[in-house]
Design a protein around this ligand. Structure first.
Ligand code: ATP
Length: 434
C-alpha cells in the first residue's frame, strides 16, 4: 500500500516517535528529536546493525571516534576542497536549491518561474565551529560529515590493539552533520543525523569479491528485519556517478512515497583513504603481510547506512491500515526485534485489585522485555493503541485471572488470543520474541 509522508509525520508526533526540534520556539528546520518510542526504535535499529556487524562476526571490531577531529583530516580526505553540492539560487524568489536534485534544472520549484537560476556555485556542506576561546581560522574545526574518516585515522591503532590481520573491518555508529542545501522529507535528509558505517580492509585483489559480498549482505539485512522485498532494491551506480575515489558503488534503495531513493551506499573506496592519510600525516598506514612478505595499502569496502533514515524507512514500511470487522485498524507490523515495546500489560478494568495484580505481572516481565502498562479506556481501544505502535503482544489481566492465575495473550498480527498461566508467561513470550 502507498502511504503519505503526512501519515507518518502525524503518527510520529502523536505517538512520540519523532518531534520537530525546538518546536516551542517555532521549530529548527532539519533537526529532529526522538521521543520515547522513537528512541527505542532507533536504538533497536542500531543494535541490530551492531549485532550483525560486530557480534555475529569474528572479523569486525567497533570504534567510537570523536565528532571533532583535526582540520587536517578533512584536508587529507578531500572534504575541505570538494565535499560540495552544486547550489543554484532563483533570481525571482531567492530560493536556493541543490541543482542535481531538481527534476527540471530550469524550473524553480518554489515560484514556478523558468530560467531564473544563475551559474551553480559549489557549496561546502561541512559545519564549521571554533575550538578554544578565539574565533579565528587557527581554531577552525568541522563537525564530522561522516563517521568513516574517524575509522581511517584510527586504522593503525585498531589493527595493532585488536591484533587484526587482513581481511578485517571496523564498525562505527554515531552523529554526522551536513549543512544540506535542501533538507526535507521529514528525517530522510536532515542536517544532523546518525550513520552506521563499516570499513572493511582487504587485499586489493579481493576487493571485488568483498564488494559483492557486502552488497548482498546489506540488502539481506533489511529483508531479515522484515522490510518488504517489493520496496527494496539494489541500484549499481553508473561510471559518471562514482565519487573520484570509488571503483564501484551500489545503493540499497527504498521505495519512499516520493519514489526510489537511497537507504545505504556500498562502495569500493580502493586504497584512496589510507594512502591520502599516509601522505598528509606522514604516518605510514600501509600493511605488511608477513606470510607473503609484501607491503601494500589495503583496499576498503564501505557499507554506509543512515541510522535515522533507516529507522524512518522501517517505520514507513511497517505501517498498515486494515479493515477488521467493519472497523479500520492501523497496525505497525514491525519486526519484534525493532518494536519499541515488546509487550503491553493491560488490566481489564481500573479496579484496584486488578490493577495491583496486573502490575505484578508487569514486574515479572520487566527484567526480560520492555513493557508498556496501560489502564485507560476500553480494552478494544487499548489494543488498537498498541497495534498502532507495533507492540507484538498484549497481555490482558481480567477478573478470571484473579482465580485461575492465567492471562490472555493477544498477537498483534493475527489478533489471535491464547490463555496462558502466569507462571509460564515469560517462557511463552521468550519463545516468540527473538
Ligand atoms: P545524498 O546523495 O542523498 O546526499 P550521499 O550519497 O552523500 O547522500 P553518503 O555520504 O553515502 O550519502 O552517506 C551514507 C548514508 O548516510 C546515506 O545512505 C544515508 O542513509 C545517510 N545520510 C547521508 N546524508 C544524510 C542526511 N542529510 N540525513 C540523513 N541521513 C543521511
Amino acid at each position: 500500500m502507498t502511504i503519505s509522508l503526512d501519515t507518518i509525520v502525524n503518527l510520529s508526533k502523536r505517538r512520540g516517535f519523532v518531534f520537530q526540534s525546538s518546536e516551542i520556539y517555532g521549530g529548527l528546520r532539519s533537526a529532529y528529536d526522538y521521543g520515547p518510542l522513537g528512541v527505542e526504535l532507533l536504538r533497536n535499529v542500531k543494535n541490530e546493525w551492531w549485532r550483525s556487524m560486530v557480534q555475529l562476526r569474528g572479523d569486525i571490531v567497533g570504534l567510537d571516534s570523536a565528532i571533532l577531529q583535526a582540520r587536517d583530516v578533512w584536508v587529507a580526505s578531500g572534504h575541505e576542497a570538494s565535499f560540495t553540492d552544486p547550489l543554484v539560487q532563483c533570481s525571482n524568489c531567492n530560493s536556493r536549491f541543490r541543482l542535481d536534485k531538481l527534476d527540471d534544472q530550469d524550473l524553480c520549484p518554489s515560484c514556478g518561474n523558468r530560467k531564473t537560476f544563475g551559474e551553480p556555485r559549489q557549496f561546502n556542506l561541512m559545519f564549521k565551529t571554533f575550538m578554544g576561546p578565539v574565533d579565528d581560522e587557527t581554531g577552525l574545526v568541522y563537525l564530522r560529515p561522516e563517521t568513516a574518516q574517524g575509522i581511517f585515522i584510527n586504522y593503525d591503532n585498531v589493527r595493532r590493539a585488536a591484533r587484526k590481520k587482513l581481511p578485517f573491518g571496523i564498525a562505527q555508529m554515531g552523529k554526522s552533520f551536513r549543512n544540506e542545501i535542501t533538507p526535507g522529507q521529514f528525517v530522510f535528509r536532515t542536517r544532523e543525523f546518525e550513520q552506521m558505517e563499516m570499513e572493511f580492509f582487504c587485499r586489493p585483489e579481493e576487493a571485488g569479491r568483498w564488494y559483492e559480498h557486502w552488497t548482498k549482505d546489506r540488502y539481506q539485512w533489511y529483508l531479515d528485519l522484515g522490510m518488504s522485498e517489493d520496496n527494496l532494491r539494489i541500484r549499481p551506480h553508473g561510471h559518471d556517478e562514482l565519487a573520484h575515489y570509488a571503483a564501484a558503488c551500489s545503493d540499497v534503495e527504498y521505495r519512499y512515497p516520493w519514489g526510489w531513493d537511497e537507504l545505504e551506499g556500498i562502495a569500493n573506496r580502493t586504497d584512496f583513504d589510507l594512502k591520502a592519510h599516509s601522505e598528509h600525516s606522514g604516518t605510514d598506514l600501509s600493511y605488511y603481510d608477513d606470510e607473503t612478505d609484501e607491503r601494500f595499502y589495503p583496499y576498503v569496502i564501505e557499507p554506509a547506512a543512515g541510522a535515522t533514515r533507516t529507522t524512518f524507512a522501517f517505520l514507513m514500511d511497517a505501517y498498515h491500515e486494515e479493515e477488521v470487522r467493519g472497523e479500520q485498524r492501523v497496525v505497525l507490523k514491525i519486526h519484534p526485534k525493532l518494536a519499541p515495546f515488546k509487550v503491553a500489560v493491560l488490566p481489564l478494568s481500573k479496579k484496584p485489585e486488578l490493577v495491583g495484580e496486573a502490575e505484578k505481572v508487569a514486574d515479572l516481565l520487566r527484567p526480560h522485555f520492555l513493557i508498556d502498562f496501560d489502564v485507560t479506556q476500553s480494552i478494544g481501544r487499548r489494543y488498537r493503541r498498541q497495534d498502532e505502535i507495533g507492540t507484538p503482544y498484549a497481555v490482558t489481566f481480567d477478573f478470571d485471572s484473579l482465580e485461575d492465575r492465567a492471562v490472555t495473550v493477544r498477537d498483534r498480527d493475527t489478533m489471535e488470543q491464547d490463555r496462558i498461566p502466569v507462571e509460564n508467561l515469560v517462557r511463552y513470550l521468550a519463545e516468540r520474541l527473538p
